[in-house]
Design a protein around this ligand. Structure first.
Ligand SMILES: [Zn+2]
Length: 263
C-alpha cells in the first residue's frame, strides 16, 4: 500500500483531492480537467433479499469508485454508474432487471471509448456484481487490443483480504458496506428474518460443479450468507480495503500504453 493511497481513508474520509464527478461537472469545467484516469462504476438492479435495496451492486460500486478516486493523487474522473447488468439469474425476484451479455459488452465498450475521445485514455471499470465479471474481462481485453484506450476491470469484493470468503449475496459483506455508505436504505428490522431464510452457499454443488442456474433454486428469500454479521465498522473496513486497492490500481494503470495492440 502506498502512503498516498492510505491518506483518503485514514483522515476520516476528508479527501486530499476533489473527485471529478462527471454528473455534477459542466462541460466547461471538465474540459479544464486534465484527467489521468476515469472510473466507470458498473452494478446491477437485482434482488438483494428483503432488507437491502435492488441497487445494492450499483451503489456499492459507486461508493468504492469514489473512495478510490478521492484517495488517489492522480486526477480521476468518476463516470455515471451503469445500473443494469447481467442478472437474469435473479429474475424470479420482483424488481430485478437484466440485459444480454452482448448488449452489456457493447454498451460498456461505447462508454469507455467516449471517455477516451475526451483524452481520457485509461479507464477502470469498477464492478459491484459477480454476474458482470466474465463479460467485463472479455470486453476490456477487446478494448485493449483494438481501441485507443487502456481499460481493465476491478471487482471490489475481490479486494477485501480475508473478508472475501464471507462474500455471499446480500449477506454480511454487502450489508456492511451499505450500512457504512447508504444506511438509510437498509431495512434493519428485516435482517433477522433475512438471515433465518438465507442459504449458506451460492448454488447446488456436485464436486466442483454448480448444478443450479438461477438463484431461486437455492435461496428462498434471495439471501446467501448471514447479514446479522454486518456492521457499520465492518463496512468502513471494507471500504478502506477496496478503496486502497483501487487507488493502487489507478497508480499502475495510468502508466499503461493506450495504443491498440492489433497488428
Ligand atoms: Zn450484490
Amino acid at each position: 500500500m502506498s502512503y498516498l493511497c492510505a491518506v483518503g481513508s485514514w483522515i476520516n474520509r476528508s479527501y486530499q483531492s476533489d473527485i471529478v464527478n462527471l454528473e455534477e461537472y459542466s462541460t466547461t469545467d471538465v474540459a479544464a480537467t486534465n484527467a489521468d484516469c476515469a472510473l466507470l462504476p458498473v452494478g446491477s438492479t437485482e434482488q438483494h433479499g428483503p432488507h437491502a435495496p435492488l441497487g445494492t451492486d450499483t451503489l456499492t460500486a459507486k461508493a468504492v469508485a469514489e473512495e478510490g478516486a478521492a484517495s488517489s493523487d492522480s486526477t480521476v474522473i468518476v463516470a455515471p454508474a451503469v445500473p443494469v447488468g447481467i442478472a437474469k439469474e435473479h429474475r424470479a425476484f420482483d424488481g430485478t432487471l437484466w440485459t444480454r451479455p452482448e448488449i452489456f459488452r457493447a454498451y460498456i465498450r461505447d462508454i469507455v471509448n467516449s471517455l477516451a475521445s475526451h483524452n481520457c485514455e485509461h479507464v477502470i471499470v469498477v464492478n459491484g456484481h459477480g454476474g458482470n465479471t466474465n463479460a467485463l474481462k472479455e470486453v476490456t481485453a477487446t478494448i485493449v487490443r483494438e481501441d485507443p484506450v487502456y481499460a481493465t476491470a476491478f471487482t471490489w469484493f475481490d479486494e477485501i483480504d480475508e473478508h472475501r470468503s464471507q462474500m455471499g449475496h446480500a449477506g454480511s459483506i454487502e450489508t456492511a458496506l451499505l450500512l457504512e455508505t447508504y444506511p438509510q436504505l437498509v431495512s434493519t428490522d428485516r435482517i433477522e428474518a433475512a438471515a433465518v431464510d438465507a442459504s449458506d452457499q451460492w448454488g447446488e454443488w456436485q464436486g466442483k460443479v454448480n448444478l443450479a442456474v438461477d438463484s431461486d433454486e437455492f435461496t428462498e428469500n434471495g439471501v446467501v450468507g448471514d447479514p446479522r454479521e454486518a456492521s457499520k465498522s465492518l463496512g468502513a473496513e471494507l471500504l478502506r480495503l477496496a478503496g486502497e486497492s483501487l487507488c493502487e490500481l489507478i497508480d499502475a494503470v495510468v502508466h499503461r500504453s493506450a495504443a491498440p495492440r492489433t497488428g
